[in-house]
Ligand binder design. Sequence first.
Ligand SMILES: [Zn+2]
Length: 561
Amino acid sequence: MFTRYDCFRHWEIFIITKTNIMQSIKNFSSLFLLLLSISAFSQKKALKPDPKVEALKTAVIKSIDGKSKMAQEMVDQVFSFSELGFQEIETSAYLTGILEKNGFAIERGIGGIPTAWMAKWGNGKPVIALGSDIDGIPKASQKPGVAYKEPIVEGAPGHGEGHNSGLPLLILSVLEVKKIMEEQKMPGTLVMWPGVAEELVGTKAWYVRDGYFKNVDACIFTHVGNNLGVSWGDAGNNGLVSVEFTFEGSSAHSAGAPWRGKSALDAVELMDIAWNFKREHLKPTQRSHYVITDGGDQPNVVPSKASVWYYLRERTYEDIKAMYDEALLYANSVAAMTGTKVSHRLLGTAWPGAFNKPIAESVYKNIQTVGLPVWDSADQQFARAVQKLVNAPKKTPRGEPIDGLSKKLDTLAGPVQFSMGGGSDDIADIAWNVPTVVLRYPSNIPGNPGHNWADAIAMATPIAHKGVVAGSKVVAATLLDMLTNPKIITDAWDYHKNVQTKETKYVSFVQPNDPPAIHLNKKIMDEYRPLLKKYYYDPTKYKTYLEQLGITYPQLQKKAF
Ligand SMILES: [Zn+2]
């Protein structure tokens, strides 16, 4: 492992090259001074922000403002693909296409996952990874910009988690920062990557296992939210294992000779009953849920095969492991009871979230500079109509009112003091290995239920587009901070080693031979992709996806035809 504290040795070398100076004078009359001051900055590890770096940040923020059309196009395009986890074929082809066109080297199919990739540009240290999720939610197809439920394709997946927006946001940032890096001959490597199948927590622990993050100095992740925010320390969410149990018995005529059958479905049902009794004796922080993925074929045949898929969530590795072990015991026990055989497969996993303090502090300073987007009356009118539609709570869990879109910036949140548990995100597996933060950006409406068609309703509207532009500015400014101030990354590693992982050591639930569950969602996408194709956004014909769908934003009531 390289020394984190020597990450920026190249910096001083680059600033005295003649070519650099000549070229830079063309671009910026004040560049020489800038370079000298950055050099001094780097050597002295000054604590105060360098005015020249601040000037570059101001410039990048302004240039991203001029890219709102590109933001809208990318967000709308990915929204229209509506692909589920592990099947993000169109989405990945589209996003890597943009990056490739802009000089990024793409490695496709990383970790044996066909829709996963890594895109690299630049040279030397620091190596900064930038990622966001790209998958959708089953049965969440929804027209954007209308304040009523209306799928684009009935029963199809949709972006009911807003994962259509995060990578467009990052692409916007890196393309602008790349220009500055080229102009300034700034060293550093930008690594873009997608959270494939985040809804299945199916890839990030595998990326880590397979070594894709081992040379990364820091990671900025983005996730849609309804404010511009970042936090550090224990995020208060749960980690999990996602595991499928498959029972095998033997079939028989359900009426003619049921005594000769050994029902795999009996085993599944007994497993579920046992686990539901178990709940009473689990900590209140646990969450466990299941779906029966195979319940047999038809009633007159004793099911010889049946499967049940569990998510087992808890707040610590030890508690997740304990639940996992208990579930394995129950599965083996019901197999013995029913005379069936059981096997299990890990389909996904995530650690509980914990994020980096020094990076979060840097991000938050830029959040304060950028501020929330300016919402217009159409945005607010639409948000309030949707909040009414979904019967949104009147207050957030923190007691703040929910009324239209956020108008007040979130504060920089530290570790939670207490948590009742909740959802999971496998970005945690990266965050336990590399200093990482998650920037939340305001592209969605507060008070939505989550994982629902209603969460897709704003995701190809001006609300999503404005939120993406705001988030993109924060990422770009933070990248410039990280590229010019080595102290951020040395501090980040100091926190990572001496605080975050001092007592808690990362142990992956993914074993060396566990394959990623790339078979998931294939059947669903094979069924719906041809139907969705007719509705893919065509930016050559329509200014926006709303225009293509004939929606007048905000459309509060169905049009009478
Ligand atoms: Zn998500």
